[in-house]
Ligand binder design. Structure first.
Ligand SMILES: Nc1ncnc2c1ncn2[C@@H]1O[C@H](COP(=O)(O)OP(=O)(O)O)[C@@H](O)[C@H]1O
Ligand SMILES: [Mg+2]
Length: 458
């Protein structure tokens, strides 16, 4: 705990906090004390001005009389008076003798006074100003600082309590903050440790507060999702290669072995080689298809996306398949509205369109194939409709899986990866692929969202 960053931060925070609180309290104390002192002096100044006036009007005897009047009895205003003759004998006042106090500044002294009688006796500090009157008489006008001292004490007590309270709260707050923060960091580090030990399915828990830690956790989780997706894709590709490429490779090998045992003449040897090359080409095709699917699924080509015109892409694909359709006696109709733009990977989109068109032509024996590009819900749509056997409704999901080929299609060439790639490309672009009945035939619709930042095409 002591070595953690959070604790150090909390201590630093507490230090800053304490310093500023103490500075504030010191300032309050200083200005309050200053205010009390000024008030005491102002009272004394007013008193002295009054006495000076009396002295001017009525002379020394008048002054003595006034002082005698003012110091008679308990007046409760804490004023102190004393006037003495040149021999320091008191003439009037409520002090018994001239105090020998400390001179705090010229004309001002501070001294202790005893007040009250019996059990109520107490010693207070007092402050006074002194004058020498012509003739050697001396005058002292002062004030018992009892109230001021009491007030000052109350202020210091209050400030001390406030200080203790704030420091306590600061300490508790700092400890709470660092504990809280540490717990969140610990959750992240626990999860990562579990993941390192092989459980990639683990995710960092969110507190639901949406704070920085939650954002960090959400980003980490998104990153882990992405990593898991990539790993899953890779695992599938390796699985597929292991299971589905082994058979054709063994077949290829067996064919070559048989040919070798047969001791073929030149013509037969050439035929076997041609067959072998065709088989190898199919294998390469399967490899490439698997790689394309993995690539599309991983999203690693997302950076290669650009704004593309669907009609352009589909147009060139249709041109490639035109001869094929003609050869089978099928009519290929292309309806492509211009200006349907989406954000995408032109190479993968062309591949997807080619796969749909290839299927339509491959599985249709008579009739026609219709290829349409149109604006759709703000985005675009590639639709391929044929008049072939179609796909039964309960198989329309399964055909998207890798290597799935329906009964009756096994005699036609193919690897069962075409629709898998179409779906992966659709997902990569944030779109969807749906298979529908064309009564008769199949209607495959690849919907793609609009290019972001472009006005939707009407
Ligand atoms: N247009 C279509 N008409 C009828 N069946 C189709 C059509 N398109 C696809 N299929 C069925 O879906 C299966 C999977 O298609 P695909 O993934 O392209 O693999 P492949 O074409 O290599 O067999 C095909 O084997 C076929 O049975
Ligand atoms: Mg196909």
């Amino acid at each position: 705990m002591l070595r953690t960053n959070a604790f150090r931060l909390a201590v630093l925070y507490l230090g800053l906090f304490a310093t500023s609180v103490l500075a504030l309290l010191a300032f309050i104390y200083w200005s309050t004390a200053d205010f009390i002192e000024k008030q005491t002096e102002a009272t004394l100044d007013a008193e002295i001005a009054g006495l000076a006036e009396q002295y001017d009007q009525r002379g020394l005897s008048g002054l003595v009389q006034v002082i005698a009047e003012r110091s008679a009895g308990e007046r409760g205003d804490a004023m102190l008076y004393l006037i003495t003759d040149p021999l320091s004998h008191p003439l009037a006042g409520n002090l018994s003798a001239w105090p020998d106090g400390d001179v705090i500044r010229p004309g001002w002294i501070a001294f202790p006074v005893e007040v009250g009688r019996g059990a109520n006796r107490a010693t207070h500090m007092a402050r006074a100003t002194t004058f020498t009157i012509p003739g050697g008489y001396r005058l002292l006008v002062g004030r018992d600082l009892r109230d001021a001292t009491a007030f000052r004490k109350r202020v210091t007590d209050t400030l001390a309590w406030a200080g203790v309270l704030t420091l306590g709260l600061g300490l508790a707050g700092g400890a709470f903050m660092s504990r809280n923060m540490l717990r969140r960091v610990e959750a992240v580090s626990n999860t990562t440790a579990e993941i390192i030990h092989g459980d990639l399915g683990k995710r960092v828990p969110l507190s639901g507060s949406g704070d920085e830690f939650d954002q960090l956790a959400a980003n980490l989780n998104a990153m882990l999702d992405q990593i898991e997706r990539l790993m899953e894709g890779m695992r599938q590709v390796t699985d597929n290669i292991a299971h589905d490429l082994r058979t054709p490779l063994s077949r290829l090998r067996a064919r070559l072995e048989v040919a070798l045992i047969e001791k073929p003449d030149a013509a037969r040897a050439a035929e076997v080689m041609r067959e072998t090359i065709a088989e190898a080409d199919r294998l390469l095709g399967t490899f490439n298809a698997l790689l394309s699917i993995a690539e599309a699924e991983s999203g690693s080509r997302r950076a290669a996306m650009e704004e593309v015109d669907l009609a352009e892409i589909v147009g060139s694909v249709a041109e490639l398949y035109e001869p094929l359709a003609e050869e089978k006696g099928l009519t290929l109709t292309v309806t492509a509205s211009a200006g349907v733009r989406v954000r995408g990977d032109p190479h993968l989109l062309a591949q997807a369109a080619a796969n749909l068109l290839d299927n339509a032509i491959k599985y249709t024996e008579s009739g026609g194939v219709r290829l349409t590009v149109a604006a759709d819900e703000g985005g675009g749509r590639i639709e391929v409709a044929d008049s072939g056997p179609g796909i039964p409704e309960d198989r329309r999901e399964a055909v998207f899986d890798r290597f799935v080929r329906l009964e009756g299609s096994r005699s036609t060439p193919g690897n069962g990866l075409g629709l898998s790639l179409v779906r992966a490309v659709g997902l990569l672009h944030g779109g969807t692929i749906t298979l529908a009945d064309n009564g008769p035939g199949l209607r495959a619709i690849l919907r793609l969202p609009a290019a972001t930042g472009l006005p939707a095409v009407a």
